[in-house]
Structures are given as C-alpha cells and as structure tokens.
Design a protein around this ligand. Structure first.
Ligand code: FAD
Ligand code: SF4
Length: 502
C-alpha cells in the first residue's frame, strides 16, 4: 500500500487511526526529532518517557510484522527528506496533532521533502472537533459544567436513561476533605525495571540539557505497563480518589490520583478505556463509591476534552493572553526549589523528582502563587511545559494560562487565587513552614497573605464588578477602612525586593 502511517510520539497506539487500518506487514514511519527536545530544559523523565515509549512501540510493531521505518534526526524536516528519498511512492497518513499550527508545519515539511501527506481526525479523544463546534454553536465563552453534562448524555457514561446515575451530576460537596491523621495513603505503583528505559535515560542525560532528577524514572513506556498502572489505580487508589482529591500531604506525593496523564497523553491508553474501566469498577467493586468514580470521570470526559477544544478555539491568542497585564518574571526558585515557603519548596521538589505534582498542587500552590506574584502567563506556561511529564502545549496552555492565571476569560469566571488559608486547610505544609499562615504583615508572615490582598487591590478595576468576587472585595473594603492596605502594599514591595530570600 502507498499509504504509510506516520505515528507521532504522542500517538503510540495501533488501536485507532491510520495504523489500525493499515494492512498486515505495511510500512510504518516513526521519527525521533532530537532538535525538539532541545527547545526547553525539559524534565529528564519526560524525554526519557517519550523516547523510550517510541522505541518500545517500534519493537512491538516489528514483532507484529510491520515494516517499521524508524528515523533519528535533528529535525522532522531532515528525517522526512531521508524518508521520501527512499520511499518516493509513499503518501504519509497521520492523525492530527492537537498542538496549534502543527498540521501546517507538517504539511510544509512534507511538501519541502517532495512528498504527500494526508491528515486525519485525531481519534485519541472521546469527542470530535465537529461535535464540539456544533455544541458550542459559535459561542465565545464556554462553561465546563454544561459541556460535561452534554458529554455524559451523548456518551451514556454514568447515565440512567436521561438522568445521571445517583440523581446528581456532581458530588464535589462530598469530595473536598482533608484526610484524618491516621489515614494511610494507598500505595503508588512502583516502576518496573526496563532495559530500554535505562538505556534511554542514560542517553537523554548525556545528550540533552535537562531539568529534574535523572534517577527513578517511574512512568510506564509500554501498553502493558500502562494497563497495569490503570489496574493498580482501580484497585488501590480510586476508592479514595473522590474525598481526598484536593488534599496535599508532604509524604504522599501521589495521594489517590490516577497518575495516568503521562501515558494517556502519548496514546498508550485511550481516555475512553480509562473512563469505561472506572465506570465498570464503580458497578463491580464495592470499595468504589459514586463520588470517586464520577469525580474521576469528570476529569477525563469533561475537563480533558473541554480544554482540548477550548485551546483549539482560542489559539493563537490564548498563548499570549494576559488580561490582568501581569509582567513579573518567574522567581528563580521555581527552577531551584530554594525557598522558605514550604508548600512551594515541597511541590517544586515533587516536580523535580518525578516530573509530576497533582492538580491542586499545580493550581493552588504553583499557579496561585505565580498569579498573585503577577508572573507573565507565557513564562509560567513555559515552565510547566518544560517541567512536567504530561505537558503538551494543547493541555498545558489552557490549564496554566486560563485556569491557573485567568489570563483570557474564556471559561474561567474568576481567578483561582487564595491566601494561605486554603493551603493551610487542604495540606499539612504549613505546620513545617518557617512562615506563619495566620499573619499577613510583619516578621514571619506568610507571603501568600499580603500577596493575596495586594493582588485584589491591584486588580480592583478589572475584578471588582465580577459578581463571584463580591465577598472577596467586601473583605478588601474592610481592610481598606481599617487602614491595613498600606502596610500590606509595603510588605509586598519588600517581598519583591528580596525575592531570593523568600
Ligand atoms: P487525576 O487527578 O487522576 O485525573 C484523571 C485524569 O483526568 C488525568 O490523568 C488527566 O488525563 C485528566 N485531567 C484531569 N484534570 C484535567 C485538566 N484540567 N485538563 C486536562 N486533563 C485533565 N494535565 C496534563 O495532562 N498536562 C499538563 O501539562 C497539565 N498542566 C496543568 C497545569 C496547571 C496549572 C493545572 C492547574 C492543571 C494541569 N493539568 C495538566 C491538569 C491536571 O492537573 C493533570 O491532568 C493531572 O494532575 C494529572 O495527574 P493524574 O493523571 O494523577 O490525574
Ligand atoms: Fe505555604 Fe504560607 Fe503555609 Fe508556608 S505558611 S506552607 S508559605 S501557605
């Protein structure tokens, strides 16, 4: 066949897309473009994961009888020239990458190499572009909750006829708990030794300028490994997923999270198979409650699909959006971890060690602080993009720029910002911190507090009329009337002047 599936490093499956439809023994192209890995100081584990998974996938396809053409080159352009020089008859067929502009870039590169390319729908999502656009019906802002309910109805997941199973769409009122002291976190899966991972990790370390630990790569690189991770989650952690999904504990980096984003985002697991497995677990396993199953399914069937479409609809503007006009640079301690703020030091340490921190650490510690500090969204986005194993532009950008920093206003209805109060309530970080979470100004006051009030005062013209911010601004008024705002502002000036000692 002249059609040759071109499998990107984030599409590692033969269960859907052009590869699923290729005849036995067909040619298949995979390209390792090393220049891509030099663009940012990516986490060592992320590069290891992607390259090792590609190599493992190559071997699996060869064993299954495909004629695999596996090219290593500095750029995609170089590899495509090599490919078409040897296979002038071929038409490459690939699933559309969700990253903005990649389709045009690939088309140009293939044309420059004198070849043909056909791009088809990306089947690694649950919903299609056409279906979302029809649902959105030209709207300029989107509401996740409505999208999610529509997805539930359309897919029939956790539905009882026309009604949601259990009579409610959302059980978050039962889900925002902090575990009691005696609660023992369920185990996280331990990495299986894998010779390809070891070899790739050593090669990545000696070839690229990476960030993060070069030890202890723990993410599965094969479909079997990814399936084992899923089973481990269903058995051990899904039962506790719901109640504690917002909680943060120093000694429990994984809490009860699924740890599946890294493998879903490169195609080793399809989101729908994870959703179905969670739904089945709810029906078949007594330990899995509806709030846990629904909470997890909402992330995958709702949020993951939603941000993909919102990204598509708002790029390229989203990447440079900055409605709060934030211009500060990212403090160096995001890279070094050297700060006395325990919540940040612990979270950055988690990211350094594994390329992972869970959702609330990302949102309410890392993005919250950066938003209060006034970091330019593009710079924070780049930091997340470099440092996380599951980071790809299509998923990082809406989460960081919009959800984390409220830079666009396309689906976030207010900034997710908070003072130390939230971190204190939902974590055990404050107990071991040199700062006092109850103090706003003066020696030892937690920086989150003064920064929070200063953020609200600084952005008053843009945020005060937002009805969801009414309560917060009534507190700002109280502080203003009491004459506290000036001391808060001075405290923040001081923090900024001494950022390396914070
Ligand atoms: P779980 O908590 O177990 O959730 C289950 C699954 O739901 C995840 O595996 C993921 O596939 C999906 N999911 C949950 N929330 C989201 C969301 N908001 N957007 C998309 N998918 C979601 N997710 C990424 O995949 N890559 C990123 O680069 C990324 N950057 C983020 C940056 C910020 C500032 C924030 C606030 C969130 C970000 N997220 C990102 C979303 C979310 O935090 C991660 O998907 C999740 O923490 C991954 O860990 P897990 O697999 O243990 O997730
Ligand atoms: Fe973070 Fe402040 Fe708590 Fe320290 S006191 S852990 S800086 S919220």
């Amino acid at each position: 066949d002249d059609d040759v599936p071109w499998v990107l490093g984030t599409h590692l499956t033969e269960r859907c897309g052009p590869l699923a439809r290729a005849p036995d023994g067909n040619r298949v192209l995979l390209i390792e473009a090393h220049g891509f890995a030099r663009r940012l100081p990516y986490h060592h584990h992320k590069l290891t994961l992607v390259f090792a998974a590609m190599r493992r996938f190559r071997d699996r396809l060869s064993d299954a009888g495909y004629n695999v053409i596996y090219l290593k080159a500095e750029t995609f352009g170089d590899a495509l020239e090599t490919f078409f020089a040897e296979h002038p008859d071929a038409t490459l067929v690939t699933m559309r990458s969700p990253s903005y502009g990649s389709e045009r870039r690939f088309r140009d590169l293939v044309a420059d190499a004198g070849g043909d390319l056909r791009v088809c729908e990306n089947e690694l999502f649950v919903s299609t572009r056409g279906a979302f656009d029809e649902w959105a019906d030209g709207a300029e802002t989107f509401t996740h909750e409505q999208f999610y309910r529509w997805m539930r109805r359309e897919s029939g997941v956790l539905m009882d006829g026309k009604e949601p199973v259990g009579g409610e769409w959302n059980f978050d009122d039962q889900n925002r708990e902090f575990p009691p002291e005696e609660w023992k976190a369920p185990p996280a899966p331990s990495p299986e030794p894998d010779v390809v991972v070891e070899e790739t990790a050593a090669w990545v370390e000696s070839t690229f300028d990476t960030w993060g630990s070069t030890e202890g790569v723990r993410w599965p690189v094969t479909r079997d490994g990814a399936r084992d991770h899923l089973e481990h989650f269903l058995e051990y952690r899904l039962p506790a997923f719901g109640p504690y999904q917002d909680a943060m504990r120093t000694d429990d980096w994984a809490m009860a999270h699924s740890l599946l984003s890294a493998v879903i985002n490169i195609g080793l697991l399809h989101p729908l198979e994870v959703i179905e497995a969670v739904e089945t677990a709810y029906h078949d396993r007594d330990a899995v409650s509806l709030p846990s199953a629904e909470g997890c399914i909402r992330q995958l069937l709702g949020w993951r699909e939603f941000v993909r479409h919102v990204y598509r609809q708002t790029m390229p503007e989203l990447a440079s959006a900055n409605q709060l006009e934030a211009t500060a640079s990212l403090p160096d301690f995001y890279w070094t971890g050297e700060t006395g703020m325990n919540c940040l030091a612990e979270t950055i340490g988690d990211v350094y060690d594994r390329g992972y921190a869970h959702h609330i650490q990302r949102l309410m510690v890392l993005a919250n602080f950066a938003t209060l500090w006034g970091v330019e969204p593009r710079e924070l986005n780049e930091w997340f993009h470099a440092t996380y194993v599951d980071a790809y532009h299509w998923v990082t950008t809406p989460n960081v720029v919009e959800m984390g920093q409220y830079a666009y206003g396309v689906f976030a209805t207010k900034p997710y910002v908070s003072s130390a109060n939230y971190v204190d309530r939902m974590s055990d970080y404050c107990a071991d911190c040199r700062y006092d979470s109850d103090k706003t100004t003066g020696e030892g006051a937690c920086p989150f507090n003064a920064l929070y009030w200063d953020f609200l005062a600084r952005n008053e013209a843009k945020l005060r009329d937002n009805h969801r911010m009414g309560l917060m601004y009534s507190h700002v008024d109280t502080k203003r009337e009491a004459g506290d705002l000036e001391a808060i502002r001075e405290h923040v000036v001081d923090l900024r002047a001494n950022v390396d000692d914070v």
